[in-house]
Design a protein around this ligand. Structure first.
Ligand code: F6R
Length: 374
C-alpha cells in the first residue's frame, strides 16, 4: 500500500535506501576475500573464460545496462556492448568467441528481451565450436518469471515489488548488480588493485545513508522547482561518460509520466545539431559531477546558457557550478558511484513535474508495467 505517499512512484523512490541496504547485505558482506569480493550465486570460475560481454535490454533496463557497460569496460577492462533487445533480435552481430550474454529485465517478461536471448542461445547452440558456446545471465527483479525459466544463471536484484509503471527502485537495483559484476570481473581479471576494489566496495557500503539524505533534500527542492515547469514543452538532459545513461533515463522518465517532450544527449554532441533547438522556452538539465569530464560538461552547459535556455545543474556545490540558474546539489563522490546519486534528483524532478500537472503518475497513458508483445 501507498502509506503516506500520494503515489507508488514516490513511495518507491523513497524505498531506494532500503533497496541498497538489502543489496549490500546480500551481495557485499564485508568478510569476503579480495579475489572474490562479491557474493554471487554461482562459481567464481564462471567469470574466467569470458572475453567479451553483450547486454540485451529495453527501456530503463537498457539504461542501467549502459552504466554497466561503462563499468565493465572502464573499471574491469572487458569489452562490452549494449543492444536494444528489439534490434538485436533481427540484426545480431557476427558471433564472437567466449562471450557472455546478459539479459536485463526487471519484470522478467519483456518479450523483446526474452526472444532476443532465445535467438542468441539458439544460434550459439547450433555451433559445434566450444568457444562459441551459449553463456547467458539474467538480471531481474522477478525470480519466478519467464526469464528465470529460460536462463539458468539468474541474478536477483531484490528490490521488492514495484507497482508504479515508471521503474525507479528496480533501476537502482539493476545498477547495483552491474557494480557487483564489474567488481567481480575486475577482481578475477586483476584489472584493478586490491585497494581500488576495496575502495569501490566501501563507497557502495556508504550509499544507503547518502541516498537517505539526498532523497529528503531533493524531494523538497524538486517539488519547488517543478512549479516552473508548468508551461514547459521541451527538456533536454545532458550527461557525459558514466552519467550519459542517466541523462537518457531522466528523459525517458519525464516523457513517460509527464508527456513532456524530452531528449537525453551526451553533452558534447549538442554542438553537432541539437543546440539549434535551444531558446528561452527550452529547459536544459545538465549533469556535471567531478571527474574526467567535469570541465567539459560545464562548458557544454555554458553553451546552452548562452542560447538563453533555462539551465538546471546536477552536481557538487562548488564555485564552478555557479553557472546554473538552479543547482540540485550532489555530494562530491568518486565518479564511479556518481550515477547512483545523480539519478535521485532526476527521478524526483520527473515525479513532481507530473504530479504538479495532476497526471496519473503510477499509470501513465499507453504504458503497461510489462510489455509482453514484440
Ligand atoms: C521505464 C519502463 C520501461 C521498461 C521497459 C523494460 O520506466 O518502465 O521502459 O524499463 O519496458 O521493462 P523490463 O525491465 O521489465 O524488461
Amino acid at each position: 500500500e501507498k502509506g503516506n505517499f500520494r503515489h507508488f512512484m514516490l513511495k518507491e523512490i523513497f524505498e531506494q535506501p532500503a533497496t541498497a541496504d538489502l543489496w549490500i547485505s546480500r551481495y557485499l558482506p564485508d568478510d569476503l576475500p579480495v579475489e572474490a569480493p562479491v557474493a554471487l550465486p554461482f562459481d567464481n570460475s564462471f567469470f574466467d573464460p569470458i572475453e567479451e560481454i553483450q547486454i540485451l535490454a529495453c527501456g530503463t533496463s537498457r539504461h542501467a545496462a549502459m552504466v554497466g557497460a561503462y563499468l565493465l569496460e572502464q573499471f574491469a577492462g572487458i569489452p562490452t556492448t549494449v543492444f536494444f533487445a528489439s534490434e538485436f533480435r533481427y540484426a545480431a552481430p557476427p558471433l564472437a568467441p567466449n562471450t557472455l550474454t546478459i539479459g536485463v529485465t526487471q519484470s522478467g517478461e519483456t518479450a523483446d528481451t526474452l526472444s532476443a536471448l532465445a535467438m542468441e542461445h539458439e544460434r550459439r547452440s547450433a555451433c559445434n565450436d566450444i568457444a562459441f558456446a551459449s553463456r547467458q545471465l539474467g538480471v531481474t527483479n522477478m525470480v519466478e518469471s519467464s526469464l528465470a525459466r529460460q536462463v539458468s544463471n539468474i541474478l536477483d536484484i531484490g528490490a521488492g515489488l514495484e507497482v508504479g509503471v515508471a521503474a525507479t527502485k528496480t533501476f537502482l537495483g539493476q545498477l547495483l548488480t552491474f557494480y557487483g559484476l564489474a567488481i567481480m570481473f575486475a577482481a578475477r581479471r586483476k584489472a584493478r588493485s586490491a585497494n581500488e576494489i576495496l575502495d569501490l566496495c566501501n563507497q557502495l557500503r556508504s550509499l544507503p545513508k547518502q541516498l537517505r539524505n539526498l532523497i529528503e533534500t531533493h524531494n523538497e527542492l524538486t517539488e519547488k522547482l517543478s512549479h516552473q515547469f508548468s508551461e514547459t514543452k521541451d527538456v533536454i538532459f545532458l550527461g557525459r561518460g558514466i552519467n550519459y545513461p542517466i541523462a537518457l533515463e531522466a528523459a525517458l522518465k519525464l516523457k513517460e509520466i509527464s508527456y513532456i517532450h524530452a531528449e537525453g544527449y551526451p553533452a558534447g554532441e549538442m554542438k553537432h545539431g541539437p543546440i539549434a533547438l535551444l531558446d528561452k522556452k527550452v529547459a536544459v538539465v545538465s549533469i556535471a559531477t567531478k571527474g574526467i569530464v567535469f570541465e567539459k560538461a560545464l562548458s557544454n552547459a555554458q553553451e546552452a546558457k548562452a542560447r538563453d535556455a533555462c539551465l538546471i545543474g546536477i552536481g557538487p556545490k562548488v564555485p564552478e557550478t555557479d553557472i546554473f540558474d538552479h543547482l540540485l546539489p550532489i555530494p562530491q563522490v568518486s565518479e564511479w558511484i556518481s550515477p547512483l546519486l545523480t539519478i535521485i534528483p532526476m527521478q524526483l524532478l520527473s515525479y513532481h513535474i507530473a504530479a504538479h500537472r495532476g497526471l496519473d503518475v503510477d499509470q501513465p497513458r499507453n504504458l503497461a508495467k510489462s510489455v509482453t508483445v514484440e
